[in-house]
Design a protein around this ligand. Structure first.
Ligand code: S3P
Length: 424
């Protein structure tokens, strides 16, 4: 599906952002480990989370939809050997977290994925899981991967990467391993696993950038999932760069390990207010008010990178409208996402008329530039690249066409409906 995007006057009004993808994956997986029934409210309907849900069913859990927004996962029976290989689709989170769960089971399994996922690096989880005793069969650390279920032992792992997927994989394996498992990372990555483990009664503690888990059970407690700040990011950036905009994004997760985008944009002179702060299922949420702002350039590097890793494409789009030179560095892992997001962002924004350069670990953007548009662009089979292009398209002088926009369905099938609801 190709879409044409035209300049709009402004973004105005109130929207509720759909459920967080990272938290939904965890809710589905952790519910499957409870040996009880868990009601999950407000889950993500994106294709990635649906890949996880299907796998949970293939492992023997019953899933009952109460309505469009609530479901119950019945995990009263222990996980069972799946009849077929497990399809992780486009989802890195599904693959890496499930590797941690499956490697400690008393049955064998196999995971595979789509073309993009089959090229993504899995050594980052295979290596530490093997240190715990896990047994895998693979070709050059990529999918498809066969997993021989076995008994695991705790390790103290010092990760070279700040990655929540790796951390969660090791913590999930640790939940079912002998003794204590600790994971230390160079910077703190998103901590949804730690918060949900705590909420479900696991034996877990955090000390700086180290998390320690001991073999424990998860309690079947109901979970309500917060709105996804990574989806809200497109509307936040849009409202900041389209003159006259004033929007409120309701019930959005503002967990501090995810809210780097707010800190960076405020530093760029953005008018962003957090209203009505509260907590749901151990995650902080708020309503976010955003008004058009005259942005100025900034440098984004170091510890903040994991706190905004998925938002860099749309921050780069916003930076084209900031006065001065915005430098993004220390983000080399962006090259290992659904697409090489450094090259994808550079290619796309340059085609629209931005002054942008690519570096080995980031981007340099000189602003402010009026974007010309009037062209056709690719989304590199990547949902976040597709939506970032859309936001840039809203300020281009001439309409743009984005090819294969259906990739948005990976995380945010409601995107077009919501953007049209607040476009004037
Ligand atoms: C995720 C962690 C991040 C992020 C991804 C989701 C998660 O990946 O980019 O979209 O749910 O744990 P890394 O752990 O590879 O940084």
């Amino acid at each position: 599906m190709d879409v044409t995007v035209k300049k709009i006057k402004s973004l105005n009004g109130e929207i509720e952002i759909p459920a967080d993808k990272s938290v939904t994956h965890r809710a589905f997986m952790f519910a499957s480990l409870t040996k009880g029934k868990v009601k999950i409210s407000n889950f993500s309907k994106g294709a990635d989370c649906m890949s996880t849900l299907k796998i949970v069913q293939q492992l023997g859990c019953e899933v009952n939809f109460l309505n469009n927004n609530e479901l119950i996962i019945n995990a009263e029976k222990a996980l069972q050997k799946p009849k077929e290989a497990l399809n992780c689709g486009n989802s890195g989170t599904t693959t890496r977290l499930m590797a941690g769960i499956l490697s400690g089971q008393n049955f064998d399994s196999e995971m595979y994925g789509d073309e993009s996922l089959s090229k993504r690096p899995m050594k980052r989880v295979i290596y530490p899981l093997e240190l715990m005793g896990a047994e895998f069969n693979h070709n050059n650390y990529t999918l498809p991967i066969k997993i021989k279920g076995t008994h695991l032992s705790g390790i103290n792992y010092n990760s070279p990467l700040a990655s929540a997927q790796v951390k969660s994989s090791i913590l999930l394996a640790g939940l079912n391993a002998n003794g204590e498992t600790s994971f230390t990372e160079p910077y703190k990555s998103r901590n949804h696993t730690e918060l949900m483990f705590q909420y479900m009664g696991a034996d877990i503690k955090t000390d700086g950038n180290t998390v320690i888990v001991r073999k424990s059970e998860l309690n079947p407690v109901d979970i309500t999932i917060c709105g996804d700040i990574s989806s809200a990011a497109f509307f936040i950036a849009g409202a900041l760069i389209i003159p006259g905009s004033d929007i409120i994004i309701k019930n959005t997760g503002i967990n501090e390990t995810r809210s780097g985008i707010i800190d960076v944009l405020k530093n760029m002179n953005a008018d962003i207010e957090l209203l009505n702060e509260r907590v749901v299922s151990n995650e902080k949420i708020a309503d976010i008010r955003v008004r058009y702002s005259k942005l100025k350039a900034t440098t984004i590097a170091g510890a903040i990178i994991p706190r905004l890793i998925d938002e860099i494409p749309v921050i780069a789009a916003a930076a084209t409208q900031a006065e001065g030179k915005t430098v993004i560095k220390d983000a080399q892992d962006l090259r290992n996402k659904e697409a090489d997001r450094i090259t994808a962002v550079k290619t796309q924004l340059e085609k629209l008329g931005a002054d942008i350069q690519e570096t080995s670990d980031g981007l340099i953007i000189n602003g402010k530039t009026e974007l010309e548009g009037g062209c056709e662009i690719e989304c590199f089979h990547d949902h976040r690249i597709a939506m970032s292009a859309y936001i840039a398209g809203l300020i281009c002088k001439k309409p743009i066409k984005i090819k294969e926009f259906q990739w948005v369905n990976i995380s945010f099938p409601e995107f077009l409906e919501l953007i049209s609801k607040i476009s004037i």
